[in-house]
Design a protein around this ligand. Structure first.
Ligand code: DAH
Length: 339
């Protein structure tokens, strides 16, 4: 019996079939209930007890090899190329449903394009940052509340590593490496430890702009802001600057634009003031320049930062921030035409 099994083993290794019927015939010949291997299995009970072990091993091997061989041939058929005359080249293609750009991506691109026209180039930095780039280099005092656990996500057990709370961290990364003139726009995701609601999320997106050169003045900043506001929200848009405070700029300001829903007359959206706040800005603090190895007596610069969600809300009146991260197709599809 052993010889018979060994002969069969050799035989099945040479098996060939050129189509599915032939293959099925082979399967029946070897593996069906009346097939060769099954018959051997039946005979197995007559094998002398002291040979059972050896014969059993070979018999199993035969069964496995045959099964594998048949599968292998079958796969070969599946992978074989379909001949050209089996393809109908005139048949209409299946419609491919195209995705749409995310509203935040649309607005991010628009902001970057506008600053691109002013000569700014895109710079990016890591979302997992160190304390130096997010806070210390930007002139945050050690006890500044923004460093607080309530605002900042820290990486466990390491107070030096944080999820960046603003894209201002990219400013210092670039200033450390590059000599002025620097003219960059830095879009990216930021994280803050906020309870999620319709008006706050634990992550959102910002765009930061930075311009460092000799003799950069507040007038240059204002000119860039006016250009941006009119390009983004239309030529009739007005801006106003209110004094503010940021550790990394001095003087600092917040910019409002005339409400683009009511044209400045007053409506619920602008809380009847006619103005809506859109960004923070200012002249880069000399300490920040020095922290990054730039001589503050030679160079000056301005910086500004804005939330992309906020600008998107103004453009598209999205009432609930959570919609931006829920991947609801019904919401996202509405921006199809804005592609
Ligand atoms: N980093 C600020 C924030 O997250 C935004 C900001 C304000 C950026 C003023 C600036 C700036 O560059 O000059 O709220």
């Amino acid at each position: 019996m052993l010889n018979k099994i060994k002969a069969l083993l050799q035989e099945v290794e040479q098996l060939k079939a050129s189509n599915a019927e032939e293959l099925e015939a082979l399967r029946i010949k070897y593996l069906s209930k009346k097939g060769e291997i099954f018959l051997l299995m039946n005979e197995f009970r007559n094998v002398a007890a002291d040979q059972k072990r050896e014969v059993g091993i070979f018999l199993n091997e035969l069964k496995e090899t045959t099964q594998n061989k048949i599968n292998e041939i079958k796969e070969g058929f599946n992978n074989a190329q379909v001949s050209l005359d089996e393809i109908d080249l005139t048949r209409t293609a299946y419609p491919v449903s195209m995705g749409t750009r995310h509203p935040l991506s649309i607005v991010k691109k628009e902001i970057c394009d506008i600053f691109g026209r002013l000569g700014f180039s895109i710079a990016e930095g890591p979302e997992i940052e160190d304390d130096w780039h997010v806070f210390s280099s930007l002139n945050f005092a050690d006890d500044h509340p923004a460093r607080d656990m309530q605002d900042t996500f820290f990486i466990q057990h390491n107070p030096e590593i944080v999820l960046r709370t603003h894209t201002s961290s990219v400013q210092t990364r670039v200033m450390e490496k590059q000599e002025p003139p620097i003219r960059i726009i830095c879009p990216g995701r930021v994280y803050r430890n906020e309870a999620i609601s319709y008006r706050a999320h634990c992550f959102f997106h910002q765009v930061e702009a930075l311009y460092i050169d000799k003799d950069v003045s507040f007038a240059d900043l204002k000119q860039a802001l006016i250009f941006f506001a009119k390009e983004m929200f239309g030529p009739e848009t007005n801006i106003r600057l209110r004094p503010s405070y940021f550790p990394f700029t001095e003087p600092s300001a917040e910019m409002d634009i005339s409400c683009n829903l009511c044209g400045g007359k007053g409506c619920p959206f602008c809380k009847h003031t006619g103005w809506v706040e859109i960004l923070g800005c200012g002249m880069v603090h000399p300490n920040v320049l020095e922290n990054c190895g730039i001589d503050s007596k030679v160079y000056s610069g301005y910086a500004l930062g804005m939330g992309i969600e906020r600008i998107t809300n103004l453009k598209y009146q999205v009432k609930d921030l959570r919609l931006f991260s829920e991947n609801d197709i019904r919401f996202l599809r509405q921006f199809e035409s804005a592609n």
